[in-house]
Design a protein around this ligand. Sequence first.
Ligand code: ADP
Ligand code: MG
Length: 440
Amino acid sequence: MSAEHPQLEDLLEKFGHQEFKDGQREALRALLSGRDVIAILPTGAGKSLIYQLASQLLPGVTLVVTPLLALMSDQLEAMEEVGVKAVGFSSLYPETREALEGIKRGEIKLVYVTPEGATGGNLREELDDRPVSLFVVDEAHCISEWGYDFRPSYLQLGEVVEEVGRPPVLALTATATPWVRQDIARTLGMRDPLVVAHGFDRPNLFLQVHRLEQHEDERQVLEALLSGQVEAYTEEVSARIRRALEGPGLIYTNTTRAAEETAGWLKEMGIPAGYYHGRRRKSERERVQQDFMEGKLRVVVATNAFGMGIDKPDVRFVIHRDAPASLEAYYQEAGRAGRDGEFAFCCLLHKDEDLEKAAFMAGSSDLTLDEVRQVYQALRKIRRRELEDIQEETGLGRSLIVRALMALERSGFIRQEEDRILLTRKRFDPQQVSLEEEHA
Ligand code: ADP
Ligand code: MG
């Protein structure tokens, strides 16, 4: 790398950093050699640095599409701090003559736009024929999330890419299921993009799903776990899990009532436990949080209201009494265990109904069960299971199909492997789920 781009390390220093973080160098190298890149890196991984740095090495303009004006101002501020010239065009910051002149003279090489700004105006002319060397879409999952309803500009970004001369394209996001990834690549017209994904693996977390059998109830299972009745595949692993279950730990529930109920069970077992949810008074929530941080509580039972911004490195277990609404939510919540890198235990209690409900809640805003059924039936019928084929078979829009696939995947009806869609364990039975119920 250094041989190819000797300025890279110096530039990194200019941006105030000592060394590259996972994925940054790999993405940069590919972009600088002209390849499209999809970078899927967690929040805080330093995704912006990839294009900020590239912009200073490439001859033309780096155009960054960003969804929110707030993000745009943050970025402009950060660039000002490190002395990199950048401008943002939007309804709030209309193009000034000065900015346009700066771009024309090649002094400003980093230009932020909203998707509406990118598609609405006459970007090509505004850039006054300065070549665009790199086209970036930050928070690229917005394409799938918002493009199909209230921000249609997202769907036209592929045309803009062509319009500005088809430079390499960089898509950045922290969350992208395979479907969304496919959707991003197609919408932007990416060619054989390099997918850079890092930082999601948490090898110190022991993940387990406990499927509740007919005769078991949640209380029994929780009590068994917390009193150390654990059986893993070796005694050594069981012993580690038992130690982890001594806490500190978190138990997540989907409702405030279940949180209180569960905390009650633990207290009856003599376990110092508190509960935390959005309906408690702020002072009470703060006290629970503080007691947990200080080690006075072995367990906090909480809804998803708990966790944001809580950084306790030594959480040894996270148990989910209910399945959260999405895989991303699960990743976030279970991911609060073992931040210190030491062994930690994560357990999801699984009842079939729960998972299906959660899956549909997650994937189903303005999606009907009938549409999900159509997609599923199309999958059973067609051989090549590409989005286009499903589209042709069902006549549904791509957005609906993507969301239906996500719902089906999350509920375990289908699985994606090496870009193929596999039908899994069971037949889709729409009688089992009622969408009305979930939206209630
Ligand atoms: P993301 O968009 O992936 O959520 P950001 O680009 O906003 O992350 O960066 C998050 C933080 O990481 C910023 O404060 C940034 O300065 C810092 N950062 C980026 N790259 C590096 C690096 N190589 N070394 C140390 N810190 C970095
Ligand atoms: Mg970012």
